[in-house]
Design a protein around this ligand. Structure first.
Ligand SMILES: Cc1cc2nc3c(=O)[nH]c(=O)nc-3n(C[C@H](O)[C@H](O)[C@H](O)COP(=O)(O)OP(=O)(O)OC[C@H]3O[C@@H](n4cnc5c(N)ncnc54)[C@H](O)[C@@H]3O)c2cc1C
Length: 359
Protein backbone atom coordinates (compact mmCIF):
# COMPACT_ATOMS: atom_id res chain seq x y z
CA UNK A 1 0.00 0.00 0.00
CA UNK A 2 1.39 3.44 -0.94
CA UNK A 3 2.09 5.75 1.99
CA UNK A 4 1.48 9.44 1.53
CA UNK A 5 2.11 12.42 3.77
CA UNK A 6 -0.08 15.47 3.30
CA UNK A 7 1.19 18.82 4.56
CA UNK A 8 -1.70 21.12 5.46
CA UNK A 9 -5.26 20.55 6.61
CA UNK A 10 -6.97 23.22 4.53
CA UNK A 11 -9.37 22.56 1.61
CA UNK A 12 -6.66 21.02 -0.64
CA UNK A 13 -5.11 18.78 2.01
CA UNK A 14 -8.38 17.55 3.50
CA UNK A 15 -9.87 16.78 0.07
CA UNK A 16 -6.68 14.93 -0.92
CA UNK A 17 -6.80 12.97 2.36
CA UNK A 18 -10.42 11.88 1.88
CA UNK A 19 -9.89 10.95 -1.76
CA UNK A 20 -6.60 9.18 -1.02
CA UNK A 21 -8.13 7.09 1.76
CA UNK A 22 -11.09 6.17 -0.45
CA UNK A 23 -8.66 5.01 -3.12
CA UNK A 24 -6.79 2.76 -0.70
CA UNK A 25 -3.75 4.90 0.11
CA UNK A 26 -2.27 4.99 3.61
CA UNK A 27 -2.62 8.67 4.48
CA UNK A 28 -1.12 10.82 7.22
CA UNK A 29 -1.86 14.53 7.35
CA UNK A 30 0.17 17.13 9.25
CA UNK A 31 -1.00 20.62 10.12
CA UNK A 32 0.89 23.22 12.10
CA UNK A 33 -2.30 24.16 13.98
CA UNK A 34 -5.56 22.51 14.99
CA UNK A 35 -7.77 21.85 11.94
CA UNK A 36 -9.92 24.93 11.33
CA UNK A 37 -7.77 27.38 13.29
CA UNK A 38 -6.20 30.50 11.75
CA UNK A 39 -8.19 30.33 8.51
CA UNK A 40 -7.82 33.34 6.24
CA UNK A 41 -10.92 33.59 4.10
CA UNK A 42 -14.08 35.58 3.30
CA UNK A 43 -15.91 32.22 3.42
CA UNK A 44 -17.64 32.29 0.05
CA UNK A 45 -17.61 28.71 -1.26
CA UNK A 46 -17.86 29.22 -5.01
CA UNK A 47 -17.98 25.97 -6.98
CA UNK A 48 -17.12 27.75 -10.23
CA UNK A 49 -16.93 24.63 -12.41
CA UNK A 50 -19.82 22.84 -10.70
CA UNK A 51 -17.61 19.90 -9.77
CA UNK A 52 -17.93 19.81 -5.98
CA UNK A 53 -21.53 20.24 -4.87
CA UNK A 54 -23.01 21.82 -1.77
CA UNK A 55 -20.66 21.78 1.23
CA UNK A 56 -21.76 19.26 3.85
CA UNK A 57 -20.88 21.11 7.05
CA UNK A 58 -20.79 24.75 8.01
CA UNK A 59 -23.37 25.86 5.45
CA UNK A 60 -24.82 29.32 6.18
CA UNK A 61 -26.87 30.09 3.05
CA UNK A 62 -27.01 29.71 -0.72
CA UNK A 63 -26.17 33.04 -2.32
CA UNK A 64 -29.17 34.13 -4.44
CA UNK A 65 -27.87 37.46 -5.67
CA UNK A 66 -24.63 39.36 -6.23
CA UNK A 67 -24.56 43.11 -5.66
CA UNK A 68 -21.86 44.73 -7.82
CA UNK A 69 -20.83 48.33 -7.44
CA UNK A 70 -18.71 50.51 -9.67
CA UNK A 71 -20.32 53.86 -8.88
CA UNK A 72 -23.91 52.60 -8.65
CA UNK A 73 -24.85 49.23 -7.17
CA UNK A 74 -26.45 46.69 -9.50
CA UNK A 75 -28.08 43.60 -8.07
CA UNK A 76 -27.92 40.44 -10.21
CA UNK A 77 -29.65 37.16 -9.45
CA UNK A 78 -27.07 34.35 -9.40
CA UNK A 79 -29.32 32.05 -11.42
CA UNK A 80 -28.94 28.33 -11.95
CA UNK A 81 -25.34 28.48 -13.16
CA UNK A 82 -23.70 29.98 -10.09
CA UNK A 83 -23.13 27.51 -7.27
CA UNK A 84 -22.13 29.77 -4.43
CA UNK A 85 -22.67 29.37 -0.71
CA UNK A 86 -21.60 31.26 2.36
CA UNK A 87 -20.06 28.88 4.86
CA UNK A 88 -18.35 28.79 8.19
CA UNK A 89 -15.02 27.46 7.00
CA UNK A 90 -13.90 26.27 10.39
CA UNK A 91 -17.02 24.10 10.77
CA UNK A 92 -16.66 22.89 7.17
CA UNK A 93 -13.02 21.88 7.62
CA UNK A 94 -13.66 20.20 10.98
CA UNK A 95 -16.38 18.18 9.19
CA UNK A 96 -13.95 17.18 6.43
CA UNK A 97 -11.34 16.16 9.02
CA UNK A 98 -13.95 13.98 10.76
CA UNK A 99 -14.78 12.30 7.46
CA UNK A 100 -11.07 11.74 6.75
CA UNK A 101 -10.47 10.20 10.21
CA UNK A 102 -13.44 7.89 9.73
CA UNK A 103 -11.82 6.69 6.51
CA UNK A 104 -8.62 5.88 8.39
CA UNK A 105 -6.54 9.03 7.83
CA UNK A 106 -4.18 9.83 10.69
CA UNK A 107 -4.32 13.56 11.35
CA UNK A 108 -1.44 15.10 13.30
CA UNK A 109 -2.45 18.55 14.56
CA UNK A 110 -0.02 21.12 15.97
CA UNK A 111 2.68 19.47 13.85
CA UNK A 112 4.56 22.06 11.78
CA UNK A 113 6.71 20.66 8.98
CA UNK A 114 10.11 22.34 8.89
CA UNK A 115 12.59 22.07 6.00
CA UNK A 116 14.38 19.21 7.82
CA UNK A 117 11.15 17.41 8.58
CA UNK A 118 10.17 17.82 4.91
CA UNK A 119 13.34 15.98 3.88
CA UNK A 120 12.50 13.24 6.36
CA UNK A 121 8.97 12.92 4.95
CA UNK A 122 10.35 12.83 1.40
CA UNK A 123 12.56 9.90 2.35
CA UNK A 124 10.00 7.98 4.41
CA UNK A 125 6.82 8.28 2.34
CA UNK A 126 6.16 7.33 -1.28
CA UNK A 127 4.71 10.77 -1.97
CA UNK A 128 4.06 14.10 -0.30
CA UNK A 129 1.01 16.14 -1.18
CA UNK A 130 2.00 19.69 -0.34
CA UNK A 131 -1.17 21.57 0.58
CA UNK A 132 0.55 24.01 2.90
CA UNK A 133 -0.66 27.18 1.14
CA UNK A 134 1.70 29.94 0.06
CA UNK A 135 4.64 30.01 0.40
CA UNK A 136 4.63 26.21 0.31
CA UNK A 137 6.88 24.02 2.42
CA UNK A 138 8.26 22.52 -0.83
CA UNK A 139 9.27 25.97 -2.09
CA UNK A 140 11.03 26.72 1.19
CA UNK A 141 12.90 23.41 1.05
CA UNK A 142 13.92 24.04 -2.57
CA UNK A 143 14.63 27.78 -2.13
CA UNK A 144 12.05 29.36 -4.47
CA UNK A 145 9.55 30.76 -1.92
CA UNK A 146 9.91 34.33 -3.29
CA UNK A 147 7.92 33.14 -6.34
CA UNK A 148 4.63 33.52 -4.44
CA UNK A 149 5.29 37.04 -3.24
CA UNK A 150 5.85 38.13 -6.82
CA UNK A 151 2.72 36.46 -8.18
CA UNK A 152 0.03 37.10 -5.57
CA UNK A 153 -2.82 39.43 -4.77
CA UNK A 154 -2.72 41.11 -1.36
CA UNK A 155 -5.65 41.07 1.04
CA UNK A 156 -6.87 42.71 4.23
CA UNK A 157 -10.05 41.75 6.03
CA UNK A 158 -12.06 42.30 9.19
CA UNK A 159 -14.83 40.11 10.50
CA UNK A 160 -17.47 42.55 11.71
CA UNK A 161 -20.59 42.41 13.86
CA UNK A 162 -23.55 44.68 13.17
CA UNK A 163 -26.71 44.92 11.11
CA UNK A 164 -26.13 43.22 7.74
CA UNK A 165 -29.80 42.50 7.02
CA UNK A 166 -29.70 44.58 3.82
CA UNK A 167 -27.46 41.87 2.31
CA UNK A 168 -29.86 39.03 3.09
CA UNK A 169 -28.96 36.00 0.93
CA UNK A 170 -26.55 38.17 -1.06
CA UNK A 171 -22.92 39.09 -1.24
CA UNK A 172 -21.60 42.51 -2.18
CA UNK A 173 -18.53 43.38 -4.25
CA UNK A 174 -17.30 46.80 -5.40
CA UNK A 175 -14.48 47.81 -7.74
CA UNK A 176 -11.66 49.76 -6.09
CA UNK A 177 -11.11 53.17 -7.65
CA UNK A 178 -7.37 53.67 -7.06
CA UNK A 179 -6.19 50.06 -7.29
CA UNK A 180 -6.63 46.97 -9.44
CA UNK A 181 -8.94 44.90 -7.31
CA UNK A 182 -12.19 44.99 -5.38
CA UNK A 183 -13.64 45.04 -1.90
CA UNK A 184 -16.37 42.89 -0.45
CA UNK A 185 -18.99 42.48 2.21
CA UNK A 186 -19.66 38.75 2.56
CA UNK A 187 -22.30 38.27 5.28
CA UNK A 188 -22.46 35.04 7.24
CA UNK A 189 -25.93 35.92 8.53
CA UNK A 190 -27.86 39.00 9.64
CA UNK A 191 -25.31 40.09 12.27
CA UNK A 192 -21.86 39.04 11.01
CA UNK A 193 -19.85 39.65 7.82
CA UNK A 194 -16.36 39.45 6.39
CA UNK A 195 -15.39 42.84 5.03
CA UNK A 196 -12.19 42.96 3.06
CA UNK A 197 -10.30 43.82 -0.09
CA UNK A 198 -7.91 42.29 -2.58
CA UNK A 199 -5.39 44.27 -4.61
CA UNK A 200 -3.56 42.91 -7.65
CA UNK A 201 -1.15 45.80 -8.36
CA UNK A 202 2.22 46.66 -6.82
CA UNK A 203 0.91 49.16 -4.33
CA UNK A 204 2.91 50.85 -1.63
CA UNK A 205 -0.33 52.00 0.03
CA UNK A 206 -1.14 50.55 3.42
CA UNK A 207 -4.01 48.13 2.77
CA UNK A 208 -5.49 48.73 6.22
CA UNK A 209 -5.80 52.45 5.48
CA UNK A 210 -7.57 51.65 2.21
CA UNK A 211 -9.91 49.31 4.10
CA UNK A 212 -10.61 52.05 6.68
CA UNK A 213 -11.76 54.37 3.88
CA UNK A 214 -14.06 51.64 2.58
CA UNK A 215 -15.52 50.96 6.00
CA UNK A 216 -16.32 54.66 6.30
CA UNK A 217 -17.79 54.79 2.78
CA UNK A 218 -20.01 51.77 3.46
CA UNK A 219 -21.12 53.28 6.80
CA UNK A 220 -19.73 50.43 8.88
CA UNK A 221 -17.53 52.54 11.18
CA UNK A 222 -19.60 51.83 14.30
CA UNK A 223 -19.60 48.05 13.72
CA UNK A 224 -17.57 45.88 16.06
CA UNK A 225 -14.46 44.19 14.63
CA UNK A 226 -13.92 40.67 15.92
CA UNK A 227 -11.07 39.47 13.69
CA UNK A 228 -8.34 41.04 11.59
CA UNK A 229 -6.49 39.04 8.97
CA UNK A 230 -4.65 39.36 5.71
CA UNK A 231 -2.54 37.26 3.44
CA UNK A 232 -1.48 36.60 -0.10
CA UNK A 233 -3.55 34.97 -2.85
CA UNK A 234 -1.21 33.31 -5.38
CA UNK A 235 -2.64 33.62 -8.90
CA UNK A 236 0.16 32.16 -11.04
CA UNK A 237 1.06 28.48 -11.21
CA UNK A 238 4.72 27.60 -10.71
CA UNK A 239 6.36 26.08 -13.79
CA UNK A 240 6.24 22.60 -12.27
CA UNK A 241 3.63 21.24 -9.90
CA UNK A 242 5.76 18.23 -8.99
CA UNK A 243 9.11 18.64 -7.21
CA UNK A 244 10.84 15.38 -6.42
CA UNK A 245 8.10 13.26 -4.85
CA UNK A 246 6.11 16.30 -3.70
CA UNK A 247 2.89 17.32 -5.52
CA UNK A 248 1.76 20.93 -5.08
CA UNK A 249 -1.97 21.55 -4.61
CA UNK A 250 -4.24 24.54 -3.88
CA UNK A 251 -2.56 27.83 -3.04
CA UNK A 252 0.81 26.05 -3.02
CA UNK A 253 0.15 25.45 -6.74
CA UNK A 254 -0.88 29.10 -7.35
CA UNK A 255 -4.51 28.23 -8.06
CA UNK A 256 -6.36 31.34 -6.87
CA UNK A 257 -8.62 33.27 -9.25
CA UNK A 258 -7.04 36.58 -10.36
CA UNK A 259 -10.57 37.88 -10.88
CA UNK A 260 -12.16 37.36 -7.46
CA UNK A 261 -9.49 35.77 -5.24
CA UNK A 262 -11.48 32.57 -4.76
CA UNK A 263 -9.37 29.46 -4.33
CA UNK A 264 -11.30 26.96 -2.21
CA UNK A 265 -12.78 25.12 -5.19
CA UNK A 266 -9.49 24.95 -7.10
CA UNK A 267 -7.75 23.72 -3.96
CA UNK A 268 -10.28 20.88 -3.54
CA UNK A 269 -10.10 19.92 -7.22
CA UNK A 270 -6.28 19.82 -7.26
CA UNK A 271 -6.20 17.82 -3.99
CA UNK A 272 -8.53 15.25 -5.51
CA UNK A 273 -6.48 14.99 -8.71
CA UNK A 274 -3.25 14.59 -6.70
CA UNK A 275 -4.65 11.65 -4.72
CA UNK A 276 -6.06 10.04 -7.89
CA UNK A 277 -2.74 10.36 -9.74
CA UNK A 278 -0.85 8.73 -6.87
CA UNK A 279 -3.37 5.91 -6.54
CA UNK A 280 -3.33 5.27 -10.31
CA UNK A 281 0.48 5.45 -10.71
CA UNK A 282 0.07 8.59 -12.86
CA UNK A 283 2.08 11.14 -10.92
CA UNK A 284 3.91 12.06 -14.15
CA UNK A 285 0.51 13.26 -15.44
CA UNK A 286 -0.48 15.28 -12.35
CA UNK A 287 0.77 18.61 -13.70
CA UNK A 288 -0.98 18.28 -17.05
CA UNK A 289 -4.21 16.98 -15.48
CA UNK A 290 -4.49 19.99 -13.17
CA UNK A 291 -3.80 22.37 -16.05
CA UNK A 292 -6.35 20.57 -18.23
CA UNK A 293 -9.12 21.17 -15.70
CA UNK A 294 -8.16 24.58 -14.35
CA UNK A 295 -5.73 26.47 -16.62
CA UNK A 296 -8.33 27.68 -19.14
CA UNK A 297 -10.59 29.03 -16.43
CA UNK A 298 -7.75 30.65 -14.46
CA UNK A 299 -6.16 32.21 -17.57
CA UNK A 300 -9.53 33.53 -18.73
CA UNK A 301 -10.14 35.05 -15.31
CA UNK A 302 -6.68 36.65 -15.40
CA UNK A 303 -7.37 38.17 -18.81
CA UNK A 304 -10.81 39.37 -17.76
CA UNK A 305 -9.42 40.84 -14.53
CA UNK A 306 -6.73 42.74 -16.45
CA UNK A 307 -9.38 44.23 -18.71
CA UNK A 308 -11.94 44.99 -15.98
CA UNK A 309 -9.58 46.31 -13.30
CA UNK A 310 -7.63 48.38 -15.85
CA UNK A 311 -10.76 49.91 -17.36
CA UNK A 312 -11.99 53.46 -17.04
CA UNK A 313 -14.69 53.37 -14.35
CA UNK A 314 -17.27 55.15 -16.49
CA UNK A 315 -16.92 52.44 -19.14
CA UNK A 316 -17.11 49.68 -16.57
CA UNK A 317 -20.19 51.29 -15.07
CA UNK A 318 -21.73 51.34 -18.57
CA UNK A 319 -21.04 47.63 -19.03
CA UNK A 320 -22.65 46.72 -15.72
CA UNK A 321 -25.62 48.93 -16.58
CA UNK A 322 -25.99 47.17 -19.91
CA UNK A 323 -25.75 43.71 -18.34
CA UNK A 324 -28.24 44.72 -15.68
CA UNK A 325 -30.78 45.93 -18.25
CA UNK A 326 -31.17 42.45 -19.66
CA UNK A 327 -33.21 39.94 -17.70
CA UNK A 328 -30.32 37.48 -17.57
CA UNK A 329 -28.83 36.20 -14.34
CA UNK A 330 -25.14 36.94 -13.79
CA UNK A 331 -24.39 33.24 -14.18
CA UNK A 332 -25.64 33.23 -17.77
CA UNK A 333 -22.80 35.55 -18.85
CA UNK A 334 -20.31 32.84 -17.90
CA UNK A 335 -17.41 35.07 -16.81
CA UNK A 336 -17.71 33.82 -13.24
CA UNK A 337 -18.04 30.15 -14.20
CA UNK A 338 -15.00 29.41 -16.31
CA UNK A 339 -16.09 31.22 -19.50
CA UNK A 340 -14.40 34.60 -18.94
CA UNK A 341 -12.47 34.35 -22.21
CA UNK A 342 -15.67 33.72 -24.19
CA UNK A 343 -17.43 36.61 -22.45
CA UNK A 344 -14.71 39.00 -23.61
CA UNK A 345 -15.29 37.82 -27.19
CA UNK A 346 -19.03 38.58 -27.09
CA UNK A 347 -20.01 41.01 -29.82
CA UNK A 348 -22.06 43.11 -27.42
CA UNK A 349 -19.11 43.54 -25.06
CA UNK A 350 -16.59 44.29 -27.82
CA UNK A 351 -18.89 46.85 -29.37
CA UNK A 352 -20.02 48.59 -26.20
CA UNK A 353 -16.56 49.89 -25.30
CA UNK A 354 -16.13 52.28 -28.26
CA UNK A 355 -19.80 53.32 -28.02
CA UNK A 356 -19.40 54.24 -24.38
CA UNK A 357 -16.18 56.09 -25.13
CA UNK A 358 -18.11 58.39 -27.49
CA UNK A 359 -20.67 59.34 -24.83
C1 LIG B 1 -8.53 37.37 3.06
C2 LIG B 1 -8.81 36.22 2.16
C3 LIG B 1 -10.11 35.95 1.77
C4 LIG B 1 -10.39 34.85 0.93
N1 LIG B 1 -11.70 34.60 0.62
C5 LIG B 1 -11.99 33.52 -0.15
C6 LIG B 1 -13.36 33.19 -0.41
O1 LIG B 1 -14.29 33.83 0.07
N2 LIG B 1 -13.59 32.11 -1.21
C7 LIG B 1 -12.59 31.35 -1.74
O2 LIG B 1 -12.86 30.39 -2.47
N3 LIG B 1 -11.30 31.63 -1.47
C8 LIG B 1 -10.98 32.68 -0.67
N4 LIG B 1 -9.66 32.95 -0.37
C9 LIG B 1 -8.63 32.02 -0.88
C10 LIG B 1 -8.69 30.72 -0.09
O3 LIG B 1 -8.68 31.02 1.28
C11 LIG B 1 -7.52 29.82 -0.47
O4 LIG B 1 -7.44 29.72 -1.87
C12 LIG B 1 -7.69 28.43 0.12
O5 LIG B 1 -7.68 28.48 1.52
C13 LIG B 1 -6.58 27.51 -0.36
O6 LIG B 1 -6.65 26.28 0.30
P1 LIG B 1 -5.32 25.43 0.58
O7 LIG B 1 -5.79 24.17 1.20
O8 LIG B 1 -4.51 25.38 -0.64
O9 LIG B 1 -4.47 26.29 1.60
P2 LIG B 1 -4.83 26.84 3.06
O10 LIG B 1 -6.27 27.00 3.26
O11 LIG B 1 -3.94 28.03 3.24
O12 LIG B 1 -4.33 25.67 4.03
C14 LIG B 1 -2.98 25.46 4.26
C15 LIG B 1 -2.86 24.67 5.54
O13 LIG B 1 -1.50 24.28 5.70
C16 LIG B 1 -1.09 24.49 7.03
N5 LIG B 1 0.36 24.71 7.00
C17 LIG B 1 1.04 25.74 6.47
N6 LIG B 1 2.36 25.58 6.65
C18 LIG B 1 2.52 24.41 7.31
C19 LIG B 1 3.66 23.70 7.80
N7 LIG B 1 4.89 24.16 7.64
N8 LIG B 1 3.46 22.52 8.44
C20 LIG B 1 2.20 22.03 8.62
N9 LIG B 1 1.11 22.68 8.19
C21 LIG B 1 1.25 23.84 7.54
C22 LIG B 1 -1.90 25.69 7.48
O14 LIG B 1 -2.02 25.72 8.89
C23 LIG B 1 -3.23 25.46 6.78
O15 LIG B 1 -4.12 24.72 7.56
C24 LIG B 1 -9.35 34.02 0.46
C25 LIG B 1 -8.03 34.30 0.85
C26 LIG B 1 -7.75 35.37 1.69
C27 LIG B 1 -6.33 35.60 2.12
Amino acid sequence: MKRIAIIGGGPAGLTAAIEGAKLGLEVELFDQYKIGDHIRCAEGFFDTLDLLGEPKDGLRFKVDALDFKVKTTYSFPTGEDIKLWMIDRQEWQIGLAKEARELGVQIHENSPISKDKFKELSANYDYIIDSSGAPSVTSKAHGWQSFYKETSGLTAQYTMLGDFTKYKDKIFAAILDRHKGYYWVFPKGDREANVGLIIFDDTTDNLWNVLEEIIEREKLTSYERTRKLGGICPVIMPENLVHGNSLLTGDAAGLVSALHGGGIDNACISGKIAAECIANNEVDQYDSKVRKVLANKLNGEKHFANVAYGMNQTILEGIFKMLHRSDKSIGEYGFLTGQAENFLKLKAIRSVIPVLLKK
